[in-house]
Structures are given as structure tokens and as C-alpha cells.
Design a protein around this ligand. Structure first.
Ligand code: AP5
Length: 253
């Protein structure tokens, strides 16, 4: 089994430290991954993290992690956030921004970062910009994954997730080596409750209304890189690397 960084600093917050610790990387990449729920952002973030050494920072993973805490140990804001998530609605901006601000050390990570699922509204994007400015950091690029909606829904329906290390599989297109068992840590895979059809409909509507406008927001800043999300994960991954390298080369000339 390959060792995946546990991302404790991100998932738990507070004084938690990641194991193994991130390796400092020359020219760390600081990227945002945009796209509809289920388009494959988490899958690409995992592949990019392994290649670039940057950490996958998913706000959804923080909420799912909090679900395993006893109710008495959750803050009222987190309990409310889990209800929004269960219904497929967006968690209020203030709650999400506070969670990210508490983990600002992850934005300063020497390995760089891959923000997956944040920002999700223009207000969140503004808050991220302020946070980065305060720490003299800048985004390198925003990858926007694009796919037909019926294909996205098929991806969500077959998704299976590891509750321990958060790795993502698909029963047909990315099956684990042993059915129902995580390749990385041996955890028992499960189906997310927001992957039920009624929650999927709400999530897609929230995406169209609140998150899709972010493409224009980042296009206007010259940061947006559209990536076609058709094909196998490895094909999309190679497409992503090509687009990122093309952008780096263009920046040098
Ligand atoms: P979050 O966890 O961020 O979910 P999401 O954005 O809805 O995205 P998903 O994780 O569902 O999909 P993905 O694009 O990562 O796809 P994946 O790689 O898994 O958020 C969940 C909830 O938390 C939100 O609804 C909200 O309530 C709350 N929340 C989180 N952040 C928030 C924020 N900032 N503000 C407000 N609320 C927030 O792939 C999907 C499936 O497809 C997998 O099975 C995978 O194996 C398969 N697959 C991937 N690529 C391919 C491929 N190329 N071909 C075939 N299958 C593929």
C-alpha cells in the first residue's frame, strides 16, 4: 500500500500536524480546482498531489471528518453545516471562510496546495484573495473541469469513498483492487449520503447558481484554465499537466 499524507493539519485544524510532513518543493504550486459536484476534482487533486507534492485541501473532507465526532464535540456551527451538507445545500460562507482562516498554515504549506471545493461562491473567492494577500501568497492558476451533466451524474452514482484516508473510487471506472476495500489504507468503502438523487439535484442547482459564476471571476483575473473532463482519470490528468506546463512556459516568455 502506498503512503498518503494524512492531511491532519487540514482535516482536524488546531495544532494538528501532517504525517508524513510535507517536503518543501521548488516553486510550490498554489491551485484552485473548480467544477460541478462529481466532475472529478477530488480524483484529479489526488493525482496532482502525488505528482506536485502539493496538499489536497478539500472543505467537503473537513465536514465529512466532523461527522465522525460525537455530537457533543461538534460546534453548533459545524452541526448546522452538516445539515446543509446532508441536504446538498451550500454551507454558509461565514462558516466555511472561518474554517479555512483557522487553517491558514495549510495555505502557507511548503509543498503548495490544491484547493478542492473552496472557494464556491464569489464571496468566498474574495475572502480567499484577502487571506492570501495578508500572507504574501498568490494563486498560480484555477483549473476549471468541464463535462456534460449526465456524465457527471453517472460519476456520482458509482462513487465510493474511504472514510479513513478519504480516497475516492468508482465501482466501474476506478474500482478498488479488492471490492469495497480502500487500496491505500484498507478502510471499508461507503457511499456518501449526499450522492442520493434528491441531494444531487440540490447540489447541481447550487453549483449553477453560486459556483459557476466563479469561472468568469477567475477568467477576468487571467487565472482560469479550462480542462475538458472527458475520458479516463489518467487522460484528464495528463491534459491538466500539459495545460499547467503550457501556462508556466508562456509566463516565462
Ligand atoms: P465536496 O466534498 O466539495 O463535494 P463536491 O464539490 O460536490 O464534489 P464531489 O466531491 O462530489 O466531486 P468531485 O468533483 O471531487 O468528484 P470525484 O473526484 O469524487 O462538498 C460536499 C458538500 O460540502 C457540499 O455540497 C456543501 O454542502 C459542503 N461544502 C463543501 N465545501 C463548501 C464550500 N466551500 N462552501 C459551501 N459549502 C461547502 O469523482 C466523482 C466520481 O467519479 C468518483 O467515483 C470517481 O472515482 C469518478 N471519476 C472521477 N474521474 C473520473 C473519470 N475521468 N472517468 C470516470 N469516472 C471518474
Amino acid at each position: 500500500m502506498e503512503t498518503k499524507r494524512d492531511r491532519k493539519a487540514w482535516l482536524r485544524g488546531g495544532t494538528a500536524v501532517c504525517e508524513p510532513p510535507p517536503k518543501p518543493v521548488n516553486g510550490p504550486r498554489r491551485l484552485v480546482l473548480l467544477g460541478a459536484p462529481g466532475v472529478g476534482k477530488g480524483t484529479q487533486a489526488e493525482l496532482l498531489a502525488a505528482k506536485l507534492g502539493a496538499c489536497q485541501l478539500s472543505t467537503g473532507d473537513i465536514f465529512r471528518g466532523a461527522k465522525s465526532l460525537p455530537p457533543g464535540e461538534r460546534s453548533p456551527a459545524m452541526t448546522a453545516a452538516l445539515d446543509y451538507m446532508r441536504r446538498g445545500e451550500l454551507v454558509p460562507d461565514d462558516t466555511v471562510v472561518d474554517l479555512v482562516a483557522e487553517r491558514v498554515g495549510c495555505l502557507r504549506c511548503t509543498g503548495g496546495f490544491l484547493l478542492d471545493g473552496f472557494p464556491r461562491t464569489v464571496a468566498q473567492a474574495g475572502a480567499l484573495e484577502d487571506l492570501l494577500k495578508k500572507h504574501n501568497l498568490k494563486l498560480d492558476a484555477v483549473l476549471s473541469y468541464e463535462l456534460r451533466i449526465d456524465e457527471v451524474v453517472a460519476r456520482l452514482a458509482g462513487r465510493r469513498t474511504c472514510p479513513a484516508c478519504k480516497a475516492v473510487f468508482h465501482i466501474e471506472t476506478r474500482p478498488p483492487k479488492v471490492q469495497g476495500v480502500c487500496d491505500h489504507c484498507g478502510g471499508a468503502l461507503y457511499q456518501r449520503e449526499d450522492d442520493r438523487p434528491e441531494s444531487i439535484r440540490v447540489r447541481m442547482a447550487a453549483y449553477e447558481k453560486s459556483t459557476a459564476p466563479l469561472a468568469d471571476y477567475y477568467r477576468n483575473q487571467g487565472l482560469l484554465i479550462p480542462v475538458l473532463a472527458e475520458g479516463a482519470p489518467e487522460v484528464i490528468f495528463q491534459r491538466t499537466l500539459k495545460a499547467l506546463n503550457g501556462r508556466k512556459a508562456a509566463a516565462k516568455t
